[in-house]
Structure formats: structure tokens, C-alpha cells
Design a protein around this ligand. Structure first.
Ligand SMILES: NC(=O)c1ccc[n+]([C@@H]2O[C@H](COP(=O)([O-])OP(=O)(O)OC[C@H]3O[C@@H](n4cnc5c(N)ncnc54)[C@H](OP(=O)(O)O)[C@@H]3O)[C@@H](O)[C@H]2O)c1
Length: 156
């Protein structure tokens, strides 16, 4: 029997690291977890974890995000969205190509914005909902850069 008061979290980038750990933690605490990732076919452990539903999502694909969000809010419902998917680039900033920088912004910043934008009408309608964003930025050490653009802008 389903528990109508069971909370649900939607996570991007659940295939490793913080996303995967968050999926396991929330599932262990009895939440419904919608663990999105680029390739769910590769995921063995979360696929067998009670309370976890895997869903394919690349956050650079705008239309896919819209479809996935509609599907999720129309079925399980969502209380919390964790914008986690992303990556960092280490090295000298002047060594990065425009393509590398565009790809990072398209993933880390625009991907999180797209996902947030897709959920907002649903949260507004139910007058509840929480977004959690991993905060990322740009640090320099010893002449090299750690470029984790650019969800700092979303911290506001
Ligand atoms: N760990 C840190 O110290 C740290 C510090 C600052 C910020 N962060 C940020 O926190 C987040 C998680 O970090 P982490 O250490 O857990 O990194 P991680 O283990 O590399 O996990 C990143 C996740 O993002 C996914 N991802 C990358 N591009 C994606 C895309 N286009 N669409 C969907 N998923 C995508 C990866 O999926 P695939 O398996 O498909 O590649 C992976 O599941 C990242 O956004 C990272 O930039 C981490």
C-alpha cells in the first residue's frame, strides 16, 4: 500500500558521488527517490534499492527535461529537487577551449536552470517545494584554475 504522506526527491546526476549518496540516504530514510542519470542501464545498485526509481536524463537536453518533469510530477509527485549534476575542470584557464567552457556552462548552469524552470509551475501550483543546488565556483591555486562554473549565480 502506498503512503500518501511519503515525501519524494528528484535528483540529477545520481550515477555517482553526491547524487548517488543522496539517493541512498533519502531512500534509507523512507523517501521516494527519483534518481535521474544519463545512463540508467549502467546503474546496478540503485536499481535494486527499495524506494528508488531510475530515470534517464541528460540535463543539456531541454525538451527531455520538460518531458521527464511532466512525467514525474504527473505520477509520483515531487517535494524536493536536488540540482546536483555537473562537473569541474582543473587546469590553466587559458588552456581551456571555448567549447570546453560552453559545455560546462551548458551543463552546470543552464542544466540546473532548465530543471528548476521545469519544476517551478508545479511547485507554484501546490504552493510548496524546495530546490537544493550544489554550489560551484571558480578557484585558483598555484597558478592553475579549478573551473566549476557556474551555479554560484543560482545561490541567490
Ligand atoms: N566534490 C566536490 O568537491 C565538489 C565541489 C564543488 C562542487 N561540486 C559539484 O557537485 C556536484 C556533484 O559532484 P560530485 O563530486 O558528486 O561529482 P561526480 O561524482 O563526478 O558526479 C557528477 C554527476 O553529474 C553527472 N552529470 C554530468 N554531466 C551531466 C549531464 N549533462 N546530465 C546529467 N548528469 C550529468 C554525472 O553523470 P555521468 O556518470 O553520466 O557522468 C555524475 O552522476 C557536481 O555538480 C560538482 O560540480 C563538487
Amino acid at each position: 500500500m502506498s503512503n500518501q504522506h511519503q515525501k519524494a526527491i528528484f535528483i540529477t546526476g545520481s550515477s555517482s558521488g553526491l547524487g548517488r549518496a543522496t539517493a541512498k540516504l533519502f531512500a534509507a530514510k523512507g523517501w521516494k527517490v527519483i534518481a535521474s542519470m544519463r545512463d540508467p542501464n549502467e546503474e546496478k545498485e540503485l536499481a535494486k534499492t527499495a524506494g528508488v526509481t531510475l530515470i534517464a536524463l541528460d540535463i543539456t537536453e531541454a525538451q527531455k527535461i520538460e518531458r521527464v518533469v511532466q512525467e514525474v510530477v504527473g505520477s509520483v509527485g515531487v517535494d524536493v529537487v536536488f540540482n546536483n549534476a555537473g562537473y569541474g575542470l582543473a587546469g590553466a584557464l587559458e588552456g581551456l577551449t571555448d567549447e570546453q567552457i560552453h559545455r560546462m556552462v551548458n551543463t552546470n548552469m543552464l542544466g540546473a536552470i532548465r530543471t528548476t524552470k521545469a519544476f517551478i509551475p508545479y511547485f507554484r501550483q501546490k504552493r510548496a517545494g524546495l530546490f537544493i543546488n550544489t554550489t560551484i565556483g571558480w578557484r585558483t591555486t598555484d597558478g592553475s584554475s579549478q573551473l566549476d562554473l557556474s551555479r554560484d549565480e543560482m545561490g541567490a
